[in-house]
Design a protein around this ligand. Structure first.
Ligand SMILES: [Zn+2]
Length: 167
């Protein structure tokens, strides 16, 4: 290591689920290598390629380096929660701090998802329109990710509580 090379620090972003104990069930954490110091080493180096990487504390699996956080999150879910892409797509989590609407939404999710899925921090697929395509850690019932499924705004004014998977 010379003074011109980047200092790469691996951090786990705040809010991301705990990676879990060694030998525990597989779950998803994202590591975000941070490039410190000045510059990025050799000309031609692409600092972005270091940015996001999935990590599983249960078995130590690490995904490839990704420039997009979203891709790394999906890598981690492919590893820890096979079949997650076929899970039901639910209405988006209510944008409120009121307990009632959140509790009703969580109950609808629990009814739609397989037994045990939420208990092991499985992700929940939520419908989003327009803004906000990020997968959000920690907000699924059970503490897993809310995975954004982007769809155009429908013509109908009201959405059913839970929609079946459309893909
Ligand atoms: Zn694992």
């Amino acid at each position: 290591m010379t003074g011109t090379e980047p200092r790469v620090e691996v951090v786990v972003a705040s809010l991301h689920p705990d990676p879990g104990p060694d030998g525990g069930h597989c779950r998803v954490t994202i590591r975000r290598p941070r490039l410190g110091g000045r510059g990025f080493g050799k000309p031609g180096d692409d600092p972005a390629r270091w940015r996001y990487r999935s990590y599983c504390g249960g078995c130590g699996h690490e995904g490839p380096d990704r420039t997009s956080e979203k891709d790394a999150v999906e890598d981690g879910h492919d590893h820890a929660y096979p079949g997650w892409r076929e899970m039901p797509i639910v209405a988006h989590r209510p944008h409120t701090h009121k307990r009632g609407p959140i509790a009703r939404w969580e109950a609808a999710v629990a009814a739609a998802y397989p037994a045990g899925w939420l208990e092991r921090q499985g992700p929940v697929l939520e419908l989003r329109h327009g803004l906000g395509s990020r997968h959000v850690p920690g907000l699924a019932p059970g503490g897993g990710y809310l995975m954004a499924v982007m769809r155009p705004e429908p013509k109908a004014a009201r959405q059913p509580e839970v929609q079946q998977a459309l893909f």
